[in-house]
Every structure is written in structure tokens, then in C-alpha cells.
Design a protein around this ligand. Structure first.
Ligand SMILES: [Ca+2]
Ligand SMILES: [Ca+2]
Length: 285
């Protein structure tokens, strides 16, 4: 199907064999305007699709390898030692964090719990990333999405998230070495709170996709809400793991700049819901 899509001139629409209803797969070749500063490649061809009408828009990530961890020598101990990762599994990753529009579909059919939202800024609920999500809550959504789509959805691994967040870069941030509120929704320079400046108009989670995409076409891999990944927590790479805690990536609207770096790691208990906690979905191809 991917090869077929790659040969399509612009757009292909296929019926899904698992359902005779309105579920469909849409594959597009998008020419994304990636970045606005000229620092990132423009007009990259990205292949995107949705597995059903209400399913998240997915971006097929390029194959490759990267060095994971504290490449700049200014990160935390838990980002070391740096090691090389070969992305042997082709995956698609949601372009944005899971939104309330998507989460509420799961709530309506009784598969997910209703979760409260922050209301610091006047933003439509459906455009916000779902927040106050525990790692255990993600299990409910992933199971529902797997059922309605006919494809096995999961969280990213920690390596997949960092690969996607770096998007081919080795700098502190995907846009360069300096933090910039033109590229991400994060907080004050010294903890904590939702400082707003430049394109960052938000004192709380902003609408998903408000900032330029990274070079892989993904939005808000830095900031907005922190995102759960599958991995159990470890105090260092290769060290003992504690599966009572899972890894969170990307920092949030309330984070200091250091926390929104692609290399940064954070942890949370399985069943804790905090306003900063959200997620995005992945599936294998
Ligand atoms: Ca902000
Ligand atoms: Ca995020």
C-alpha cells in the first residue's frame, strides 16, 4: 500500500477490507511547509494517512539511525551514556498530541474516562491536547483505537520519540541550540509557569499544531503537553529499570527550556494524572 501511495500523483483513497462502514484509509503525499525560519528543510515530501475518519493523522517516519542521549554534554545523568540507535522498524507517528476531540470519542463509547482540562487560555476544547492522562489511561485509548482502526496502535518507545523529536538534528533543540518561543509552547526560563512570548501565546496547553513542524512533519514534540512513551524508567541508559514508573518526553507548557530538549527524560508513576501529562500514538507499518 505504501508503494502504491508513493506512485500516486497526489491522492489515493482505498476502502478498508475490515469494515464496510465509513472507515477508510486516506493516503496523501503532502508537500509540507516545514519551519518558517529557513533553518529547516522546506517542501519535504511526507506521506500521511488516517486509518479511519476520526483516527489521528499519521506521518510515516523516514528510516535511519541516530545517536541518542546527551550529545551536548550539558544534559542530565539519566541521558547518558550516548548510544547509536538504528531504526529497524518502520513506523508512523501521529502528527500531533492526542486531542480532546479524539479522546472524547473514546469516552462517548464508554472505553475511556472523561478527563479534566486546564482552562487558562480561551481555546476550544476539541483543539486542546488531552491532559491529566495517566500511563494506565493510555492503555484504554490505545485498545479502543486499535479496535476501531483494525491496526495495533501503541505508544512510541523512548528511542522512537527521540528520533522523531530530533528529526535528523544534533542540536539542543530541533530548531537550533537556543530555546525559542517561536517553536514551542513552554514555560518560564526559571521554574515554573506558562510564560508567553513570540509565537507562544499560551499560558496553558495551546491548540495542537500551533507551531512550525519539525523536519519530519511533527508538531509539538517539544512542549505543550509531556508525552508518555512505553519504556520503563531507568536512572541511566543500560541501568536497572523500574516499571512502576514510565518515561515522559518533550516537556510541557510549564517546563523550563532544558526540559523540552529532545534528549531530556522525565518519569511518572503508572496511575498518576497530572495536567502536564498527555501522549501521542504510533503504529508499525
Ligand atoms: Ca507558554
Ligand atoms: Ca508535546
Amino acid at each position: 500500500m505504501i508503494a502504491k501511495a508513493a506512485q500516486a500523483t497526489d491522492y489515493a483513497l482505498e476502502n478498508c477490507s475490515h469494515s464496510s462502514s465509513a472507515f477508510y484509509r486516506r493516503i496523501r503525499l503532502n508537500r509540507l511547509a516545514v519551519g518558517q525560519s529557513g533553518k529547516q528543510p522546506n517542501n519535504q515530501t511526507q506521506i500521511t494517512f488516517s486509518d479511519c475518519a476520526l483516527c489521528p493523522e499519521m506521518v510515516i517516519l523516514p528510516a535511519g539511525s541516530f545517536d541518542q542521549g546527551d550529545l551536548k554534554g550539558a544534559g542530565d545523568e539519566d541521558e547518558r551514556p550516548v548510544f547509536t540507535v538504528v531504526m529497524s522498524t518502520r513506523i508512523a507517528m501521529a502528527r500531533t498530541e492526542v486531542t480532546y476531540r479524539q479522546w472524547d470519542q473514546c469516552v462517548r463509547v464508554g472505553r475511556c474516562e472523561a478527563l479534566p482540562e486546564e482552562t487558562g487560555d480561551a481555546i476550544k476544547r476539541v483543539e486542546r491536547p488531552v491532559q491529566n492522562v495517566s500511563w494506565n489511561d493510555t492503555r484504554d485509548f490505545l485498545a479502543w483505537l486499535t479496535d476501531v482502526s483494525g491496526h495495533a496502535y501503541r505508544l512510541a518507545t523512548e528511542s522512537e520519540f527521540e528520533y522523531a523529536a530530533r528529526a535528523g538534528t544534533k542540536t539542543r533543540f530541533s530548531w537550533g541550540d537556543e530555546p525559542s518561543r517561536d517553536y514551542a509552547n513552554y514555560g518560564t526560563d526559571v521554574c515554573c509557569g506558562g510564560h508567553a512570548e513570540g509565537m507562544d501565546k499560551w499560558f496553558s496547553p495551546g491548540p495542537v499544531g500551533s507551531f512550525p513542524a519539525n523536519a519530519f512533519g511533527l508538531r509539538d514534540m517539544a512542549g505543550n503537553v509531556q508525552e508518555w512513551v512505553e519504556d520503563c524508567w531507568s536512572e541511566s541508559y543500560g541501568g536497572p529499570v523500574n516499571c512502576e514508573f514510565r518515561v515522559l518526553r518533550g516537556g510541557s507548557w510549564s517546563s523550563v527550556p532544558k526540559m523540552i530538549r529532545p534528549a531530556n527524560r522525565d518519569k511518572g508513576p503508572l496511575d498518576v494524572r497530572l495536567p502536564y501529562y498527555g501522549f501521542r500514538v504510533v503504529r508499525d507499518l
